[in-house]
Write a protein that binds this ligand. Structure first.
Ligand code: ZN
Length: 300
């Protein structure tokens, strides 16, 4: 297992972590500058932030700073109530692949979606099996497109508390079942990118509780482990979405999970991804980044 205690060589910042500074929106261009100033070598930006700053401008900035993208957030949200909705999701996901390729991201992260309408407050139906089959079909279609763009797709299983509104894939086992069905040969392995075309993003916040986690990380193996996301699970958690903790402040044994992932040969970035309306987003982003760097050394 790599030693993170001496430097932050393998730290990546998911830009949602400092999307707000002292409670105000922080533009992606400022986020990039703040990361570069601290010798942070990788980020994982969100599509809305890239759109607001302009893809070409972000692409230029990333290149001029020599920044890498540990991932691109995010594609997915496949289920819909009708053919037009499914096609809109398909088209939008293809654009996400194109953007990820332009930014040379390590992978496009997929938050796959769930019951249509639930995220807006009213689910159109209760058929989670239907949602899961639409997710499967959506990924199958996108995979063909992503292959031509040489962009690996990372399914991110979300904690089951999001099964209704954000993602109906909730465990590594479920995600890997989809991977094995759609990409049984673990295709995409090449000298350019040593990963499968379809794999998973391991986010400790979503997966730490799973009794099968270590077993499924072994099953995933090197070529399906495309991303590693870190934050902490606070007790109590006061908001289901936006009360993620700083590494070391909660109950997740992050080094243990990182050890499992690295035992498979994962050698990518450790991406800090914290959504925190009540705490970290209220603080100055400089303080948040400095804390991320310090905790990356001691608690990841
Ligand atoms: Zn994540």
């Amino acid at each position: 297992m790599r030693d993170f205690s001496q430097n932050h060589r393998w730290l990546s910042i998911n830009t949602a972590t400092i999307r707000r500074s002292r409670g105000a929106d922080l533009p992606l261009t400022d986020i990039i500058e703040a990361c570069a100033q601290r010798g942070i070598r990788a980020i994982s930006p969100w599509r809305d932030q890239v759109q607001a700053a302009g893809l070409a401008k972000v692409s230029t900035l990333v290149r001029s700073h020599g920044l890498q993208l540990s991932g691109y957030c995010r594609g997915g949200m496949f289920p819909a109530t009708d053919a037009a909705g499914l096609k809109a999701a398909r088209d939008d996901n293809r654009r996400a692949v194109d953007e990820a390729a332009e930014l040379n991201a390590a992978c496009l992260v997929l938050v796959v979606g769930a019951l249509p309408g639930a995220l807006q407050g009213k689910a159109a139906h209760k058929d989670i099996a239907l949602a899961r089959s639409q997710v499967r079909d959506g990924i199958a279609d996108l995979l063909e497109y992503a292959r031509t763009a040489k962009m690996p797709l990372a399914i991110e299983p979300l904690h089951p508390m999001y099964a209704a509104d954000r993602a109906c894939i909730n465990t590594m086992e479920q995600a890997l079942d989809v991977c094995d069905e759609l990409d049984p040969r673990r295709s995409g392995e090449s000298s350019e990118r040593p990963q499968a075309a379809l794999g998973v993003a391991v986010d400790v916040y979503h997966l730490w509780w799973d009794p099968k986690l270590e077993q499924q990380i072994v099953r995933a193996g090197r070529d399906r482990l495309l991303a590693f996301h870190a934050c902490d699970w606070l007790t109590p958690t006061t908001d289901l979405l936006n009360d993620r903790g700083m590494m070391g402040d909660g109950v997740i044994d992050i080094p243990r999970i990182r050890g499992w992932v690295e035992a498979q040969g994962f050698a990518g970035y450790s991406e800090v991804e914290i959504f925190s309306t009540g705490n970290w987003w209220k603080r100055p982003h400089q303080e948040v980044l400095d804390t991320c760097i310090a905790r990356h050394r001691t608690a990841v």
